[in-house]
Design a binder for this molecule. Structure first.
Ligand SMILES: Cc1cc2nc3c(=O)[nH]c(=O)nc-3n(C[C@H](O)[C@H](O)[C@H](O)COP(=O)(O)O)c2cc1C
Length: 181
């Protein structure tokens, strides 16, 4: 079984990358760690043509196929993103929109019962900065019947490199125990 990481940060070596690298080191060795850096993939935004609800394959033939190919074999999906304007980045939001066919009863991919976790990093010291993003995922997890196994909320991280500190590492360790158990 695989762990699928959907990383919405476009900043190479940024705070999300640092956190996810620590997390990868803590992941069980017998699990396949598949880290998709969404900023480096070519994924078109959903245009609401609704073909996928017919159900037909998505009209766009692009890198979203990587996500669809890996989802069935994944039993933990980690949604990771910096907070941009109180929500996830557009890179991650585009992927979330393209998960639309999975909400259909006719979908060949069923996420019901799979584990899901969240990683958010952001500059503000106030944890409520991630409220909108958290509420969005409350609804999405409930709708797709994903099992919420943990959320790593990391305020106070702005510039590149700020995630490299002991306090953050301790939080990552606690989080890893929850999501990998
Ligand atoms: C376009 C943009 C919007 C941002 N909006 C917020 C915000 O609403 N709240 C906040 O605390 N930080 C905000 N930030 C700061 C990032 O969340 C922060 O720099 C984060 O550490 C970047 O993560 P990364 O290095 O993994 O890309 C924003 C940054 C950018 C580039």
């Amino acid at each position: 079984m695989s762990i699928l990481v959907l990383n919405g940060s476009p900043r190479i070596g940024g705070n999300t990358d640092v956190v996810l690298e620590h997390l990868r080191e803590m992941a069980p060795e017998n699990r396949n760690w598949i880290h998709l850096k969404l900023g480096r993939l070519k994924i078109s935004p959903c245009t609401a043509c609704d073909m996928c609800w017919n159900p037909e394959p998505c009209v766009f033939k692009d890198d979203m196929s990587k996500v669809f190919d890996i989802l069935p074999e994944s039993n933990l999906i980690i949604f990771a993103s910096p907070i941009y304007w109180w929500n996830v980045t557009s890179y991650l939001k585009i992927v979330i929109d393209r998960l639309y066919p999975l909400a259909s009863a006719k979908s060949p991919i069923n996420l019901s019962g799979k584990k899901a976790a969240i990683v958010f990093v952001f500059a503000d010291d106030d944890p409520t900065t991630a409220d909108s993003a958290n509420i969005m995922f409350d609804r999405i997890f409930e709708y797709l019947k994903l099992k919420d196994v943990g959320r790593l909320i990391l305020p106070g991280l702005w510039k590149k490199g700020e995630a490299e500190n002991e306090k953050v590492l301790e939080k990552i360790k606690d989080f890893s125990k929850k999501i990998f158990s």
